[in-house]
Design a protein around this ligand. Structure first.
Ligand SMILES: [Zn+2]
Length: 278
């Protein structure tokens, strides 16, 4: 199929990058991805919004020059479901910092983990707290809340749909997380089709057209996600080939970010290869 306007990229900087002439200097990640034939990059602010001005400027310039798709992943310690006022205020501050960075890069996909289900009001508190951020920052509307892999986390497919319906933001679908959370629910094309049909029905066609996706094989326990697996493991699920035919069927132009364990580059290239051949 025609893979124009479909984006393939890595979550963070894969191990293989550090084996190149760039060594530990992450500044050239965009150059490296381009050389591989990839056109998307998810920049991870896992432990906070940081990065030298020089590095940021360089990445920004390359992203613009080559029309790459940049997404930002907000810090993991943002918890907008807490019942502690202080935690919420600090989380909102951190999220605003991430949105400032998004504005700097003109990045319109800011991935966010919603939080935890430790109180019965988790969903309602999240919606209230995220609305305050959305209303206070011009890039707030570009936040994409992610489906989460553990049952202790807010972020089932239904949670994400409810959040998007209440706020008008778009979803981010982590298929590894969905598979793990529902103890192995993505085993064939029909399973993927059901997810896409549900999203389209509840959130409209616009929400699936340029869907932000995380893809990788996953291991899980009865509590959900255990660990991301490497893309090379033959028996690993979910399999991209099952999603690929649904992308074609629905004429989607998604952003496909690989989170395969220590092999995100290989995962992204594999997705590109599979899609271009069907
Ligand atoms: Zn994530």
């Amino acid at each position: 199929m025609d893979i124009n306007n479909i984006y393939f990229g890595t979550s963070g900087v894969p191990d293989n990058y550090f084996k190149t002439r760039y060594k530990k200097n992450r500044k050239n990640i965009v150059d490296w991805l381009l050389d591989l034939g990839l056109n998307a990059y998810e920049h991870l602010y896992t432990y906070g919004v940081r990065g030298s001005d020089e590095k940021n400027q360089y990445i920004k310039q390359k992203i613009n020059e080559y029309n790459m798709m940049l997404s930002l992943h907000s810090p993991y310690y943002i918890v907008l479901t807490s019942d502690k006022k202080e935690t919420i205020e600090n989380s909102q501050k951190e999220l605003i910092k991430t949105l400032d960075a998004a504005k700097y890069f003109n990045c319109k996909r800011i991935v966010l983990h919603p939080g935890f289900t430790n109180n019965s009001n988790a969903l309602a508190s999240f919606i209230k707290n995220i609305k305050e951020v959305i209303n206070n920052h011009e890039y707030g509307k570009y936040i994409v809340p992610e489906t989460m892999g553990k049952k202790s986390q807010l972020g089932s497919l239904e949670d994400i749909i409810a959040i998007c319906q209440e706020t008008g933001i778009k979803p981010s679908i982590d298929f590894g997380h969905l598979h793990a959370r529902d103890l192995g629910c993505l085993n064939n094309e029909i399973d993927f089709q059901n997810v896409i049909i549900k999203l389209e029905k509840e959130l409209g066609n616009e929400s699936i057209k340029n869907l932000h996706c995380h893809f990788y094989p996953v291991a899980y326990t009865d509590k959900g996600e255990k660990v991301h697996r490497a893309v090379m493991e033959d028996d690993a699920l979910p399999k991209f080939i099952h999603f690929a035919s649904i992308i074609k069927e629905f004429n989607m132009k998604p952003v496909l970010i690989s989170e395969s364990h220590n092999s995100q580059d290989i995962g992204a290239l594999q997705m590109k290869d599979i899609l271009s051949k069907i």
